[in-house]
Design a binder for this molecule. Structure first.
Ligand SMILES: NC(=O)c1ccc[n+]([C@@H]2O[C@H](COP(=O)([O-])OP(=O)(O)OC[C@H]3O[C@@H](n4cnc5c(N)ncnc54)[C@H](OP(=O)(O)O)[C@@H]3O)[C@@H](O)[C@H]2O)c1
Length: 272
């Protein structure tokens, strides 16, 4: 397969991560272009990655196989309406914007091959995870191109239905913040138990990292791992029983439902 030529519309944080990931995977700088309305942003990204940048979005997409819409959802409609007349039939559009449906993109760009993705912030460290959905016009080769792009910043998982993007948003899109909240709470509790704040913070952070690495490497699921470290009448059991007595699982479900609901609501508003 020849290297696809990729054009990024909007050269902010997420585009920079994806470009960095692609470059680290060996994609030649000449295969990547980016546009941004800010001169400073354009200079920064071209100095960092050696790619050509453009002030004009229409110019940036010329000759590209894949067009990545990496702008904020709020400007998506305006950008798409401007690009519509310049996009060729063969060009794949990959949107990483939260809350913009394929139907809205097709309304603004015309019927075409679209992959909609939901990455998350650890993509900045190439430790992200993304859910991907492709519409019916996307060819197998284009699916591979989109997967290769998102794999440059972490794990890429395909979804069968577009509505599942709301669930992905609730689980992994917003998910890093839930872990940050737990880290905050455990650090504060550790401090109240008598540890210096910095020690409590380091203990919490490295426990989170170690537990995640252990769970990722393990061939059994998290509940089994938990059982294995929870001895009867031991310290872990005392904590877990306290969490569960106060409805921990139900609270997590309620929180994720709220995120998924908000994701669908935003899609409704932004897609008008
Ligand atoms: N960051 C994340 O963790 C994350 C996770 C999942 C999904 N996403 C999605 O990724 C997309 C990009 O997020 P981001 O965090 O990378 O945002 P960002 O850093 O703000 O990047 C967007 C860039 O696009 C530029 N821009 C704005 N209007 C433009 C236009 N008309 N033409 C060309 N460039 C334009 C912005 O310039 P100005 O600064 O001048 O506006 C900015 O440099 C969003 O849709 C977001 O929903 C992000």
């Amino acid at each position: 397969m020849t290297t696809p030529r990729i054009a990024f519309i909007g050269a902010g944080n997420m585009a920079a991560s994806l470009i960095g990931g692609l470059r680290a995977q060996g994609t030649d700088a000449s295969a990547i272009r980016a546009s941004d309305r800010g001169a400073e942003q354009r200079n920064k990204i071209s100095a960092e990655h050696g790619i050509e940048t453009f002030a004009s979005n229409a110019e940036a997409i010329q000759g590209a196989d894949v067009i990545v819409l990496s702008i904020k959802p709020q400007v998506m409609k305006e950008v798409c309406l401007d690009l519509a007349a310049h996009i060729g039939e063969q060009q794949l559009v990959v949107s990483i914007a939260a809350g913009i449906s394929c139907a809205s993109l097709e309304n603004w760009l015309g019927p075409r091959a679209i992959v909609r993705c939901m990455p998350n912030t650890p993509a900045l460290l190439r430790q992200g995870v993304s859910g991907l959905y492709s519409n019916a016009q996307v060819s197998p080769a284009q699916r591979q191109q989109a997967e290769q792009l998102l794999s440059a910043v972490g794990l890429a998982l395909w979804l069968d239905q577009e509505a599942q993007i709301d669930a992905v948003t609730a689980v992994s899109g917003s998910g890093p913040a839930y872990f940050f909240l737990l880290i905050e709470a455990m650090t504060a509790a550790g401090e109240k138990l008598g540890l210096p704040r910095e020690t409590a913070a380091q203990l919490t952070l490295h426990t989170a990292l170690g537990a995640a690495r252990m769970a990722v490497a393990s061939d059994v699921d998290a509940s089994e791992l938990r059982r294995r470290v929870t001895s009867p009448a031991g310290t872990t059991e005392a904590a877990i029983k306290t969490f569960q007595a106060d409805g921990f699982e139900a609270l997590v479900e309620k929180a994720l439902n709220a995120a998924a609901h908000r994701s669908a609501e935003l899609a409704e508003q932004l897609g008008q």
